[in-house]
Write a protein that binds this ligand. Structure first.
Ligand code: ADP
Length: 164
């Protein structure tokens, strides 16, 4: 049985992430989505909110589960007995960073295999960071995130506006 992890911030989950999840879940027996529980990164949603949004988005996939983790990703992989780590690559922008991380992870955990999925054409330019900018400026989020994430983004920015 092959278990894979798909780690990330998912702040918030997008249709680009979901495309990778769908494709990876059809290749591996079990896919565990690891949601980084990190405080040093400036994130819009807290860990609980991010986990909940991912859970709702993958509820229809029976071999996918969601877990938050802190510390090294390779340690998380070891904890859940994963043999594979999944990442998504968009154009050239992701490659350098992913390559660097992959080399370090290989040193830390030689037995953990990395499998990168090329982002599908329609999601090449979809990034959580850009999406948050669009949401903040009340732009249209059609086909970029699931409906419950649109609602969560609208609520978050509406609350921010109220505080200002
Ligand atoms: P991180 O903080 O680890 O970059 P992200 O949530 O931004 O976390 O991304 C998690 C993984 O998903 C990364 O491998 C990233 O390159 C990939 N990814 C992000 N957006 C997309 C997309 N639109 N299509 C395919 N893969 C993506």
């Amino acid at each position: 049985m092959t278990t894979a992890i798909y780690p990330g911030s998912f702040d918030p989950i997008t249709n680009g992430h979901l495309d990778i999840i769908r494709r990876a879940s059809s290749l591996f027996d079990e896919l565990i989505i690891g949601v980084y529980d990190r405080s040093e990164k400036q994130l819009l949603f807290n860990t609980e909110e991010r986990v909940e949004m991912v859970q709702r988005a993958v509820a229809h996939l029976s071999n996918v589960r969601v877990q938050s983790y802190s510390g090294l990703t390779v340690e998380f992989a070891k904890k859940v007995s994963a043999q594979v780590m999944v990442r998504g690559l968009r154009m050239s922008s992701d490659f350098e960073r992913e390559f660097e991380m992959a080399m370090m992870n290989k040193k830390l955990a030689p037995g953990l295999e990395l499998v990168c999925f090329m982002a599908s054409l329609q999601y090449q330019f979809l990034a959580s960071s850009l999406l948050k900018e669009v949401a903040k400026l009340e732009g249209c989020l059609d086909n970029m995130v699931p409906e419950h994430v649109v609602t969560a983004l609208r609520d978050k920015f509406a609350r921010e506006l109220c505080r200002e």
